[in-house]
Design a protein around this ligand. Structure first.
Ligand SMILES: Nc1ncnc2c1ncn2[C@@H]1O[C@H](COP(=O)(O)OP(=O)(O)OP(=O)(O)O)[C@@H](O)[C@H]1O
Length: 264
């Protein structure tokens, strides 16, 4: 596909010393179209997060390119503000990605300060409340701090912070993995709704194939740093061609048979 919103080409990331390199990402190419959700799946250690970090500008690849609407996505510090704003991350652990000393209003206000072009012209309180409503939260959480909120509420605040700067692409790295199953479902539903109301594209990273099935249009399967299979979610997860994808699906079914996950 050409002309995708996000284009990753021949990405390679190596960790470790020169004598003993470890290739975490080995020639990954992947596209995400406008308003498309692409799921990136694979076992722990397959390189998913490293790909996400390259897209976010937090990791410099050894080789390959990442472009957004044809413009190179440089490292975060060097990235033009407009591109920095266009690509927002939602992480696994919302508590550690939110400043515990700031109120929800302060967290959103900081996002607007970082990207002033997105700050509301008129009544900020009204804009804040509208943003909170978008993520299914009441206005009264504005004065609370992350420590006063549940994990699911914190993730809603993280999503609101990302939305505040009007992104085009959300990179969700295991964004629901730390949540109870019922809360996972709520956040997934929220992301699906926001995708259409806010015209978002998503790179949705998860080891959980069931979760990815619920949200992704297309799926890429990573194994040991490489994409081994890619296609429509219904095809890849419905009738996989690669034996590794089949093994992942079998493992997921075995987990389902073992009964509901125990959550702390
Ligand atoms: N900064 C680093 N230094 C050395 N090795 C790293 C570093 N970051 C990641 N790795 C290694 O690279 C490999 C890929 O890691 P990555 O986190 O991208 O995988 P993943 O598929 O996202 O797995 P997980 O779901 O467990 O995070 C792993 O073996 C990991 O240990």
């Amino acid at each position: 596909m050409t002309g995708a919103l996000l284009e990753i080409r021949d990405l390679r990331v190596t960790f470790g010393r020169r004598r003993d390199p470890f290739v975490a990402v080995d020639g990954v190419s992947l596209d995400v179209g406008a308003e498309e959700t692409v799921g990136l799946v694979g076992e722990s250690g397959s390189g998913k997060t490293t790909v996400a970090r390259c897209v976010a500008g937090l990791q410099r690849p050894d080789a390959g390119t990442v472009t957004f609407e044809g413009r190179p996505l440089e490292r975060a510090g060097r990235r033009p503000a407009e591109l920095q704003r266009a690509v927002q991350m939602v992480f696994q652990d919302p508590r550690s990605s939110l400043n515990p000393r700031m109120s929800v209003a302060g967290i959103i206000g900081e996002a607007w300060r970082t990207h002033p072009s997105t700050a509301p012209d008129g009544d900020r309180t009204q804009a804040l409340h509208a943003l909170l409503a978008d993520v299914g939260m009441d206005a009264d959480v504005a004065d609370r701090r992350p420590g006063d909120l549940s994990g699911g509420q914190c993730q809603r605040v993280s999503i609101a912070r990302a939305l505040a700067v009007r992104p085009r692409l959300l990179v969700c790295d295991e964004a629901v993995s730390a949540l109870d199953v019922s809360v996972q479902a709520q956040i997934l539903r929220l992301l699906v709704d926001l995708r259409s109301t806010h015209h978002l594209a998503m790179l949705f990273i998860s080891h959980d194939l069931g979760v990815v099935h619920q949200i992704a249009d297309r799926v890429a399967v990573m194994r040991r740093g490489e994409v081994v299979e890619e296609g429509l979610a219904t095809d890849v997860l419905g009738s996989p061609r690669h034996e590794y994808t089949q093994a992942l699906l079998d493992a997921a079914l075995d987990l389902d048979d073992a009964g509901p996950a125990v959550t702390a």
